[in-house]
Design a protein around this ligand. Structure first.
Ligand code: NAD
Ligand code: MG
Length: 381
């Protein structure tokens, strides 16, 4: 399949795996973007020869420009440069940027009429109404990359109408701290939080998986992607990460997608959709006899799920507030400035203090992001 793709966040965990898929499938790479990692992106430029690259960090853009001069690749800079890359005509723009920084590039891709393969869940959490409305107006497909949403998307391929969905069941690995009490979580370290049992991912999402707010963010992501109500999304802890999520239909039939935990599968499906091709993700061997288990999450201990459910139920800018507060608190924890349990505490405080409004535009979301980050940083003073 000949295809031209752009990868935003190409130096990250998702970006590198997306390029592996591009290499195997022989896709043309039109543009690549990253924050500051010039070492990795330089290698990627040499191999994939994109027409454009953008670095959000201006110093990194300057350094890269000097390093690759004469290569034929144009180097752009800042959020504007990334948005410009996202807007170049491509078959698919894969967004593997981490955090709110992915929102404007997602909108730029949609504005340009580019299909979006979305790993950057924060885009939908912060501004789902805006993004989905614009995508519908521009008739642009948003293809999920997050493994749970890819699973649901795959299951729904056989669905007659989304009205036949009774509920979605998102599975969660439970992260490194499954089964721990609040007291036991008080003094857990960053190193312990980064030690995920099943997935190797970037630092921010790995900490989000440890707090389980990742599943709360995914609940909000599912509401927007599949047009369901928050109370139609259930969560089950499934320690083996084999069943990637399920759909229960109105007739009580439950359909699931299974596979080994390997992001190359959902990444490739989003890039080759609606076709399927061989994939480097290993085969699933159920004959090995590993038991598949499902239990309800402990939402009193892992508060992030309930906070996100509350935020999306209230609507408006509340999910954006939860997302920005979490981004800020997650970073403070990674900088070892706050304890593990304070992450959810800060999200809760922000939800109780920062004003929301029911309908919003992009500037409202960006302003709410600034206000929320300021609020969270002041909590540590
Ligand atoms: P990562 O930290 O490994 O990579 C992030 C990428 O974004 C890097 O290329 C980085 O240069 C770029 N970036 C960082 N800050 C930026 C900024 N301010 N402006 C522009 N670019 C910036 O993260 P990841 O684990 O690959 O996750 C990326 C996204 O995919 C996240 O939204 C995450 O929740 C989602 N996701 C990841 C996985 C996974 O397995 N890693 C699974 C599901 C969903
Ligand atoms: Mg996921």
């Amino acid at each position: 399949m000949a295809k031209t793709i752009t990868i935003l966040g190409s130096t990250g965990s998702i970006g590198v795996q997306a390029l592996e898929v591009a290499r195997l499938r022989g896709f043309d790479v039109l543009a690549l973007t990253a924050h500051s990692n010039t070492r990795i992106i330089k290698e990627q430029i040499l191999e994939f020869k994109p027409k454009y690259v953008a670095m959000s960090d201006p110093a990194a853009a300057l350094e890269l420009k000097a390093a690759i001069s004469g290569s034929g690749t144009e180097v752009l800079c800042g959020t504007e440069g990334i948005c410009e890359c996202a807007a170049q005509k491509a078959d698919t723009v894969l967004n593997g940027i981490v955090g709110m920084a992915g929102l404007e590039p997602t909108l730029s891709a949609i504005e340009a009429g580019n299909e979006v393969a979305l790993a950057n869940k924060e885009t939908l959490v912060a501004a789902g109404a805006l993004v989905m409305k614009r995508a519908a107006e521009k008739k642009v497909k948003i293809l999920p990359v997050d493994s749970e949403h890819s699973a649901i998307f795959q299951v729904l391929e056989g669905c007659n109408s989304y009205k036949e969905i009774k509920r979605l069941i998102l599975t969660a690995s439970g992260g490194p701290f499954f089964g721990k009490t609040k007291e036991e979580l008080r003094n857990v370290t960053l190193e312990q939080a980064l030690n995920h049992p099943n997935w190797s991912m970037g630092a921010k999402i790995t900490v989000d998986s440890a707090t389980m707010i990742n599943k709360g963010l995914e609940l909000i992501e599912a509401v927007w992607l599949f047009n369901v109500r928050p109370e139609q999304v259930d969560i089950l802890v499934h320690r083996q990460s084999i069943v990637h999520s399920m759909v229960e239909y109105v007739d009580n039939s439950v359909l699931a997608q299974l596979g080994v935990p390997d992001m190359r599968l959902p990444i490739q499906y989003a890039l080759t959709y609606p076709e399927r091709t061989e994939c480097p993700a290993p085969e699933l061997d159920l004959s090995l006899g590993e038991a598949l288990t499902f239990v309800k999450p402990d939402e009193d201990t892992f508060r992030g799920i309930a906070l996100c459910r509350e935020a999306i139920s209230k609507g408006g800018l509340y999910p954006a507030i939860a997302n920005s507060a979490n981004e800020a608190a997650n970073l403070l924890f990674r900088e070892k400035k706050i304890g593990f349990l304070q992450i959810a505490e800060f999200v809760e405080k922000a939800l109780g203090k920062i004003p929301s409004k029911q309908s919003y535009n992009l500037e409202d979301v960006l302003e709410t992001d600034r206000v929320t980050r300021r609020f969270v940083s002041e909590l540590t003073r």
